[in-house]
Design a protein around this ligand. Structure first.
Ligand code: API
Length: 286
């Protein structure tokens, strides 16, 4: 009975997966995926509304994100059903571990949801850090981020959580900085095993800053980081480097805009705005 039941279950046809049984009883899955990027921060996107993806398989997520042996990405994102909102976001870093909020990933997921006709131009979704709303038009996504309640300002850097933890530090000669070496030193040295993302910043104008980010869980520089540029914008206002609440962030992967309102000791009505693009789609045997 068990064998019959397991074979029946394995033969369930599903949009996201086809489970093939070859003669030597090796089970392989064919996984449909979509590749998105938001200012160069790139993600494997999977429609998991039928809840088939093996969510605890760290090795599988790490393989899918591997740039030589897999699809290649900074992270992997599942789009899932949710009773109270338009969809649920589940985010994994490239190391295969589920992680905290991803701002660029959230923007790409909104564009993916529109592509799938799950939403039209406005939506709400639930993520690891709570409820988000967003709008999408002509490939540009505006994502509402969680409020920031606490900001720790030190002599040479600022630390805050914008859905993920961020160290923000102004540096000289940003373009020639070894971000991987200096970022890893802080990520493991100062922040230990839990870690933090590390953002190195240069001021370019009254309301414009350049940012290069070392990302926890990718353990390398990424071309941009959404929660990172959000942290930079707020940190620059908090430390009086700017008097504007509408900031432009220039990253190696492109330009993002962040706006916010002061809210007592914290900040509210925080929005991250920028492009989100589908690059390709495919099927991978796993
Ligand atoms: N690597 C981050 C999560 C993704 C953040 C980044 N991709 C973004 O756009 O916010 C962390 O583990 O804290």
């Amino acid at each position: 009975m068990y064998i019959c039941e397991s074979v029946r279950r394995l033969l369930i046809f599903n949009k996201a997966f086809r489970i093939l049984i070859d003669t030597s009883i090796n089970f392989t899955m064919e996984l449909n995926f979509y590749k998105y990027q938001g200012t160069g921060n790139d993600f494997v996107m999977i429609d998991n509304r039928q809840d088939i993806f093996p969510k605890n398989d760290t090795k599988l997520v790490n393989f899918l994100c591997d740039r030589k042996f897999g699809i290649g990405a900074d992270g992997l994102i599942l789009l899932e059903n949710d009773d109270a909102t338009d969809f649920k976001m589940v985010y994994y870093n490239a190391d295969g571990n589920e992680s905290s909020m991803c701002g660029n990933g959230g923007r790409c997921l909104v564009a993916f949801a529109k592509f799938l006709n799950v939403i039209e131009d406005n939506c709400s979704f639930i993520a690891v850090d709570g409820l988000h709303t967003a709008s999408v038009a002509d490939g540009i996504v505006s994502l509402a981020m969680q409020n920031v309640e606490k900001i720790d300002v030190f002599d040479t850097y600022t630390f805050l959580n914008t859905g993920s933890p961020h160290h923000v530090q102004l540096v000289e000669n940003l373009m020639h900085l070894d971000v991987k070496e200096n970022g890893a030193k802080l990520r493991y040295g100062k922040y230990g095993s839990k870690g933090s993302n590390i953002n190195f910043v240069a001021q370019e104008g009254d309301t414009t800053f350049s940012v290069r980010t070392y990302e926890r869980g990718v353990e390398d520089e990424t071309l941009s980081c959404g929660t990172g540029v959000t942290a930079v914008a707020i940190a620059m206002y908090e430390t009086a480097k700017t008097t504007s609440n509408k900031i432009t962030l220039k990253t190696p992967g492109g330009e993002l805009k962040v706006s916010f309102e002061k809210n007592g000791v914290g900040y509210k009505n925080i929005h991250l705005v920028g492009p989100a693009t589908q690059v390709f789609s495919g099927i991978i045997k796993v």
